[in-house]
Design a protein around this ligand. Sequence first.
Ligand code: F0G
Length: 462
Amino acid sequence: MAKKLTKRSWAEPFKIKMVEPIKMTTREQRVKAAKEAGYNTFLLKSEDVYIDLLTDSGTNAMSDRQWAGMMLGDEAYAGSRNFYYLWDNVKKYYGMPYLVPTHQGRAAEHMISKILIKQGDYVPGNMYFTTTRLHQELAGATFIDVIIDEAHNPISEHPFKGNIDLKKLDKLINEVGAKKIAYVCMAGPVNMAGGQPFSMANLKEVYEYCKSHKIKLWFDATRATENAYFIKEREKGYADKSIEQILKEICSYFEGLWVSAKKDLMVNIGGILATRNKKVYEEARNMVVIYEGLHTYGGLAGRDMEAMAIGMEEMVQYDNIKARIGQVEYCGRQLEKYGVPFVRPIGGHAIFLDAKRILAHLPQSQFPAQTLAAEIYVDSGVRGMERGVVSSGRDPVTGDHRYPKLELVRLTFPRRVYTQAHIDVTVESVAEVFENRKKIKGLEMVYEPKYLRFFQARFAKI
Ligand code: F0G
């Protein structure tokens, strides 16, 4: 008897119009390439990579409309038409009246940290992000992690692991005083926690609490539409709201935000600093000319701003986000079949393999996640990235390694780039490495740069 249809599948809301060949290498070539790269996947040449899951940053496929927009670049030094289109869309989708464009997210983080932070201040946030925290520290602040405990536990199934623990925030404010808090920094979904969202209810609570202490909230809105998607899917009262409506509501609680446009906006380069505070805007508009370029281009070409503005219209389309997060979920469901441990629940932009549990025989001082990322590359040419002790860096006061609870390898999905078959190949490789995990030896660090060491550090096999 024919099998009864129990569930209908979904598919991507687009088809492929242009392709870019990728190259399969031999194991021997990859062994050599990994060694030459000091077992750091950031130091591999892209042509030696088969399926590139290093990041979803700037690696997205633009739409035909975005490419067409690239031809409409108004490359005037001042007052480009594309800038005004982008500005209109920042108002429309993020609800922020003022925009300063930047060449990417960290440039906006740099300026906002310089503007809002005084030496000796504190910045509480829902877990650190590498570049965000570094700019806060360089501006003189101490970052304090006030995310809920569940976020540090890879097996917790909490649906909103990006939430802030108000008790932690309250404790900090009681200790240092509200005047010492430069701002509360919220990202959603939280990258380092495994792409985990915060809930609207939590955001509202944090907002009310901060309002009573005259503290402002700033938002890392880099992947905000994914957070909006999770709110729609998981939070009571939001199922019938559009992504656009939810995003607008989220942003309404913040004084300002920054975006790495290389993610949600599906472009290859770009950043945004947007705010409702006119004074902060004026400072940023003045500062941008020092570091980036005039305030109507901020280090970007007119064509880049056009592609960003169009990307913003596409990022709020429900089917687009559903297909994107659906792909990550598909990968997770396949990995489950092989018993590979990864951060639960499945997050927005990536699968985060739990290297601590996979390579349980390696101490964290031997960089299990760095090791696992290198092993997967050697097995199949699939490139992921370390998100553990190397990414965490050193404590600026003691100089010791910061040993995070989460020791992860991130397999990150660029938007609209890979097919389900690419994911199957990836899953098989991870499963194979997992099967042979007991034979894997750890790494030692042989070169360590001063800032954001994970990008350029080199390792050798022990
Ligand atoms: N904030 C978040 C949450 C990010 O994920 C990133 C970049 C930035 C800020 C900085 O933006 O790269 O445009 O300067 N994340 C990339 C990643 C690098 O791979 O997760 P940028």
